[in-house]
Design a protein around this ligand. Structure first.
Ligand code: OAD
Length: 230
């Protein structure tokens, strides 16, 4: 039977595809404060700006290409059952070839109704503006988890993490909860790997091997090692 590898990724895995990380630029995200563009309060204060911000991010993500780290993770599926849990709202894992990807914080390609949250639409790389509505007339918003909102996928992610034979963390500062807590649900005996040029958030984690490297280099190396072990 194939072993299960669970991979938790953050903004760092897409950095070398040209997508800015969140905490890498003085607390600003592409020049905006997170409070203004990633909270329900920001949305209520200025929905037009929030829509514009995500329209730009959606365009950037569509233009970006998966990098060697995304592609290496897809290669792991040859020998392992691989489940990717990503905090990222781009679709570079899918376009890099990974087939099981859970988006903890939502995805830019999708929007949903503000009045009927179950109405979710795939809009690809298109823009939305004020006045664009669901079929029941409710304004559309990004299908993204903002600060202060529930993370509906977290229970599924916890179940997945708790069954990992091997757990890999790539390119996340591990400061945003509940995502950052997932590593603590992984069985103690399971080998864990961290790939990130800056190490943090892993105090007390057992059986941990650190690749203090950029994702393209560190993930490629780690995937070669893991494929060599089967
Ligand atoms: P952060 O911006 O907090 O952290 C990015 C991580 O990537 C840091 O640990 C960097 O050291 C690392 N990094 C930078 N370049 C890298 C590279 N080339 N290769 C590998 N690692 C690299 O991003 P996240 O941890 O993903 O939430 O942030 C978590 C959440 O906070 C996001 O999902 C978002 C944000 O606010 C929502 O949108 C709800």
């Amino acid at each position: 039977m194939k072993k299960t590898i669970v991979v938790l990724t953050g903004a760092g895995v897409s950095a070398e595809s040209g997508i800015a990380t969140f905490r890498g630029s003085g607390g600003l995200w592409n020049g905006y404060s997170i409070e203004d563009v990633a909270t329900p309060q920001g949305w209520h204060a200025n929905p037009e700006m929030v829509l514009e911000f995500y329209n730009e991010r959606r365009k950037d993500a569509a233009k970006a290409e998966p990098n060697a780290a995304h592609r290496a993770l897809a290669k792991l599926e040859k020998a392992y059952d691989v489940q990717v849990i990503t905090q990222n709202v781009d679709d570079l894992h899918e376009r890099g070839g990974s087939t099981n990807v859970l988006h903890l914080h939502g995805i830019l390609r999708q929007v949903r109704s503000t009045t009927h949250p179950n109405l979710v639409y795939d809009i690809g790389d298109k823009a939305i503006k004020l006045g664009d509505t669901c079929e029941k007339g409710g304004q559309l918003r990004p299908h993204i988890v903002w600060f202060g909102e529930a993370v509906p996928m977290i229970e599924r992610a916890v179940r997945i993490a708790s069954k990992a034979d091997i757990f890999i963390v790539i390119g996340t500062s591990l400061v945003v909860y509940p995502a950052a807590s997932l590593i603590h649900y992984v069985p103690k005996f399971a080998p864990k790997y961290l790939v990130d040029p800056n190490i943090g958030g892993v105090d007390g984690v057992s059986n941990l091997t650190i690749f203090q490297k950029k994702a393209t280099e560190g993930v490629t190396e780690l995937v070669d090692k893991l494929l060599g072990e089967v």
